[in-house]
Design a protein around this ligand. Structure first.
Ligand code: BEZ
Ligand code: FE
Length: 286
């Protein structure tokens, strides 16, 4: 066999996926091989560097379990999660924008009646959240289901507290017949994404901080509308301009207002995109 040039190797690797029966998989694999080879060629990747890369990915795998997802974090801090959200959520003007899902959503959170305190004992400054869910045509969406989750005053989600055996600062609420909802919770604060693993080391090595600005997470679902996965960010807070996962959208920044009794109040209205005939109900990011 004669010596292969770098270009020959790329050509051979591309040819190896040519027979992929699934057309979309063929497109993805071809593009992946092309871009990976272009990347390695552009930086003239050394063998030592490639082993370091493999070691990094191996460490991401080893630290990942059912509570810790290092690969989502990696995708988030590289901007890949937000890019995927942007590519797949090109909603008409007037709709609430989508942002990253993040790793702390829990399927099957407790259901609460409107007005309940979803903090459920989580430490924090009390606040009330009021709002409505409407369609793009302005009509209310009765019975819209809102899944809410947030960190506590110490910047931790309940799933990050090993001894805790019940949900805190998360819950599912159903909007009333006018699409309105309200609940009590606690003020969100800025927090660090988990940075005690390989992704944290990568942030350090590239001179980046691990902080996210204060926010509440929402997943809003209703039949006939695209599922919306988004946050509401606290206006005036730190890190709005340097969110480590690139999730901030200006339209999602809102003011929590101080109340006479020392608590706070947020008012926020969601506008959902109707599902186009024949389209699925896609929603938000990784
Ligand atoms: C979050 O907002 O919960 C989150 C998003 C991305 C990475 C880590 C946390
Ligand atoms: Fe969060």
């Amino acid at each position: 066999m004669h010596t292969m040039s770098p270009e020959d190797i790329t050509r051979a690797a591309l040819a190896s996926v040519e027979a992929t029966p699934d057309a979309r998989l063929k497109e993805i694999m071809g593009s992946l091989v092309r871009h990976l080879h272009a990347f390695a060629s552009e930086v003239k990747l050394t063998e030592a560097e490639w082993f370091q890369g493999i070691d990094f990915l191996t460490r991401c795998g080893h630290i990942t379990d059912d509570k810790r997802q290092e690969f989502i974090l990696l995708s988030d801090v590289l901007g890949l999660s937000m890019l995927t959200v942007a590519l797949n959520n090109d909603k008409p003007a007037g709709c609430t924008e989508a942002t990253v899902f993040g790793p702390f959503h829990v399927e099957g959170a407790p259901h609460y009646p409107l007005g309940a305190d979803i903090a459920n004992g989580a430490p924090g400054t009390p606040c009330a959240v009021h709002g409505s869910v409407r369609g793009l045509d302005g009509r209310p969406v009765p019975g819209a289901v809102l899944d809410v989750w947030q960190s506590d005053a110490e910047g931790l989600y309940d799933v990050q507290r090993p001894g805790l055996d019940h949900a805190q600062a998360r819950g599912v609420l159903t909007a009333d017949g006018d699409g309105r909802f309200h609940f009590r919770s606690i003020l969100p604060v800025p927090y660090c994404i988990p940075h005690d693993g390989p992704v944290g080391r990568m942030l350090e090595a590239t001179g980046r901080h691990p902080w996210r600005p204060a926010h509440l997470h929402f997943r809003v679902q209703a039949p006939g509308y695209e599922t919306l996965i988004t946050h509401v960010f606290a206006a005036g807070g730190e890190y709005l301009d340097s969110d480590v996962v690139f999730g901030v959208r200006r339209s999602l920044v809102c003011e929590w207002k101080p109340q006479a009794d020392g608590s706070w109040r947020l008012d926020f209205d969601f506008v959902l995109n109707p599902v186009q005939a024949g389209a699925g109900g896609a929603g938000g990011g990784a």
